[in-house]
Unconditional design. Structure first.
Length: 275
């Protein structure tokens, strides 16, 4: 069994998805479970974890409705207003849903990532423990020092780092990403998604060797039991097909033992997200 730990759905509109630039015009359409299921079947993927894109409770509700209707959606990482004093009232109607497993806020878009040091936001993240929910951490590599401080405030919350913290792969820069990632990985409550790498490389001209060094370091740093495969579909379509990325990662990880490969491709995600 292979679990895709990170993908998205949306009904496209220019107003709600203004971040989709002209260079990403292929993403200016609807992406729904039927579209993903076809890609998963071709790549031999059995199930997926769908992750929020919009910062609304309405999207969280919609994703849970999709998950109710589609068995291949194993878990949902939604959004909730973590810094709001009204958090409990807004989250409680959804918190009991069997497929809601985590919450994410798009921290990479916050000015100077000030929310990671905000007391109200941190109180909301800590509140997730009441509901048995994880927190998905979406940042750029330059935010890792702040992220380390943030994680240290929440030793009891399971935190999942998205996209190996988006290192500058296109520029070939490894430092200070390497040192900061290694420091973050010392926190045993942090796991990491091997996802979003091709969109940090050169979209048109990337090849396997461009990402091998980043992948190998992440593997050495976290180990297979804290890593999980993710596609970041449909965002990855600006740089790769679903099958190409899955095949690239499968080829790289073929050097590992069968137990290690099973951890990355299914067991870590199943354990962390309880699916």
């Amino acid at each position: 069994m292979i679990i895709d730990s990170h993908q998205h759905f949306w009904h496209y509109s220019p107003e709600e998805y203004g971040w989709i630039s002209d260079q990403m015009s292929a993403l200016r359409r609807d992406f729904l479970p039927s579209h993903l299921k076809a890609e998963m079947q071709k790549a031999g993927v059995s199930g997926a974890i769908t992750v929020q894109v919009r910062q609304t409770m309405e999207e969280t509700r919609w994703m849970l409705e999709l998950a109710d209707a589609e068995p291949s959606i194993l878990a949902v990482v939604g959004w909730a207003p973590l810094a709001s004093p009204d958090l409990d009232r807004q989250l409680e109607p959804y918190a009991g849903h069997s497929k809601l497993k985590g919450i994410r806020h798009i921290l990479q878009d916050e000015p100077a990532n000030e929310l990671m040091d905000d007391p109200a936001f941190n109180a909301g993240v800590e509140r997730l423990r009441r509901y048995g929910l994880n927190y998905d951490l979406l940042i750029y590599e330059r935010h890792l020092p702040q992220a380390i401080r943030f994680v240290d405030r929440h030793p009891g919350v399971q935190i999942i780092l998205d996209h190996i913290a988006k290192p500058r792969i296109a520029a070939g820069e490894l430092d200070p990403w390497r040192a900061n990632l290694k420091e973050l990985a010392r926190r045993c409550n942090v796991s990491c998604k091997i996802s979003g790498m091709v969109t940090e490389a050169n979209w048109q001209y990337w090849h396997g060797e461009d990402i091998r060094t980043y992948l190998n370091f992440t593997l050495e740093t976290f180990g297979p039991k804290r890593l999980m495969f993710g596609s970041d579909w449909p965002v990855l379509l600006v740089a790769s097909t679903y099958q190409r990325w899955t095949g690239t990662l499968t080829g790289f990880l073929s050097q590992l033992s069968s137990d290690e490969q099973r951890a990355i491709f299914s067991e870590t995600a199943a354990s962390v997200y309880g699916c």
